[in-house]
Design a protein around this ligand. Structure first.
Ligand code: ARG
Length: 467
């Protein structure tokens, strides 16, 4: 591609005798990425021009011309006629150059007391703030889906696992609400990030501030920031807001990945706990019986992709001396991709959770396997017979061994079997050996019993303003 801009035609070309090489242009251009910030760039320019006029740094007439030109650019962007030019490097230069074509000389006054360094990071903070909002809303949507399915399954018994070995019966509602809790912390991390992010770098200019009598409170307020950033060197070079967002997304995606892994397990023939609907399954080109949980698998893989984006940005920032360096241009590529990936994953997960068909009979049957009520038996021996827990643990261990030898469940042992291990066991023991009794008995705060889960569901509905 020939470089068509001659001397003086690039924005910064005044002191250059020759134009950049094609490869220089290629490595330097960020337009394909940062054109996504066109709306934020225009918002920043509007606020800046209004402030310049208010402070008498440019005339009202120039400001009117600038705002009118920006209106036209908004329209061109909307109807797709905006002439994006890669040789103009980035969205900032594209907007300014187009403004010059549209309104002439006043366009050249817009960049007074401003640099692309404070401009780009103002745009980027605005964009990230919007993206955080969207991500938080999507998380609330997924929480809503989890709560709804938990509500339907407060007393659906399934095996609870530790080490993926059957541990104790739990309720499906309890299991689903565990993810609602994780997602709440994810949301709160994003919110904390959005709050810290919300300071305005505009007016820091290139790095040292400006001698023009600007009003940074005015631009900060116009753009919805809480205040201007207090140090201009920090303002143009800080990217911890993006790092923090990506770190929070990486943790949030890790939570989605854990849930995705459960879906992969649950929908396998071996578990048989659930089935994804056709809309959320894919088939195999050779094995007609297959119903694959591709979306869940992709969410699992994309979680580490997001972590990779975080570490890439951390690597770009960690050795940069103050203030701005061009390394920072790639921050947007990484951040956009992280948000795009995460929001896609949340949407897919929400769709799967809303529609997945649970198989309560299979869950219940699995919950009864693996001697899952052994702890209930030991607790009964403590409560009813007054055995020390360690002794009860031992007696129960003997009974588990006996059931294993007879290839039956604890509840299938005879009273004689029981009494051979501990003479004073009575018939009443069988009441605690069902999985329903086991789950229902766990009524401590935060525990799995249907009563507690129903309470939690009610609180979640309030918190999420469902119903
Ligand atoms: N496209 C650039 C970026 O994203 C804008 C800032 C350029 N600043 C500069 N001093 N070259 O970082």
């Amino acid at each position: 591609m020939a470089v068509t801009t001659g001397k003086g035609q690039t924005m910064w070309g005044g002191r250059f005798a020759a134009t950049p090489s094609d490869i220089m242009e290629e490595i330097n251009a960020s337009l394909d990425i940062d054109r996504r910030m066109a709306a934020e760039d225009i918002a920043g320019s509007r606020a800046h021009a209004d402030m310049l006029a208010e402070m008498g740094i440019i005339s009202e007439g120039d400001n009117d011309a600038i705002q009118g030109g920006l209106d036209k650019i908004v329209e061109e962007l909307r109807n797709g006629s905006f002439p994006f030019r890669r040789e103009l490097e980035d969205i900032h230069m594209n907007v300014e150059a187009r403004l010059k074509e549209l309104i002439g000389e006043p366009a050249g006054r817009l960049h007074t007391a401003r640099s692309r360094n404070d401009q780009v990071v103002t745009d980027f903070r605005l964009w990230t703030r919007g993206a955080l909002d969207e991500a938080m809303q999507l998380i609330a949507g997924l929480q809503g889906a989890l709560v709804k399915r938990a509500d339907e399954n407060t007393d659906t018994v399934m095996p609870g696992f530790t080490h993926l070995q059957t541990a104790q019966p739990v309720t499906l509602g309890h299991h689903l609400l565990a993810y609602a809790e994780m997602l709440e912390r994810d949301r709160s991390r994003l919110l904390g990030c959005a709050e810290r992010l919300n300071e305005c770098p505009l007016g820091a200019a290139a790095l040292a501030g400006t001698g023009f009598p600007i009003d940074r409170d005015m631009t900060a307020e116009a753009l919805g920031f809480a205040r201007p950033m207090a140090n201009s060197l920090d303002a143009v070079s800080a990217r911890d807001f993006a790092l923090e967002a990506l770190a929070a997304l990486s943790i949030a995606a890790t939570h989605l990945s854990r849930l995705a892994e459960e879906i992969v397990l649950w929908t396998s023939a071996q578990f048989g706990f659930a089935q994804l609907t056709d809309a959320w399954s894919t088939g195999s080109s050779i094995m007609p019986q297959k119903r694959n949980p591709d979306a869940a698998e992709l969410i699992r893989a994309k979680a580490s992709l997001i972590t990779g984006l975080y570490t890439s940005l951390q690597g770009a920032v960690k050795a940069l001396p103050l203030a701005y360096a061009k390394d920072l241009q790639d921050d947007k590529r990484l951040t956009f991709e992280a948000f795009d990936t995460y929001t896609l994953c949340v949407r897919a997960m929400t769709g799967m959770i809303e529609t997945i068909r649970f198989k309560p009979d299979n869950m219940r049957a699995a919950a009864a396997k693996g001697f899952s009520t052994a702890t209930d038996l030991a607790d009964w021996l403590v409560r009813e017979l007054g055995l020390p827990f360690r002794t009860a643990h031992h007696v129960t261990g003997e009974l588990v061994a006996k059931a294993e030898a007879k290839a039956c469940d604890l509840s299938d042992l005879t009273l004689e079997d029981m009494q051979a291990a501990q003479a004073d066991i009575t018939d009443a023991v069988f009441d605690v050996l069902t999985v329903e009794a086991s789950a229902s008995s766990r009524t401590s705060y935060g525990a799995t019993s249907p009563v507690r889960v129903a309470e939690q569901v009610a609180q979640w509905k309030q918190r999420l303003r469902l119903e």
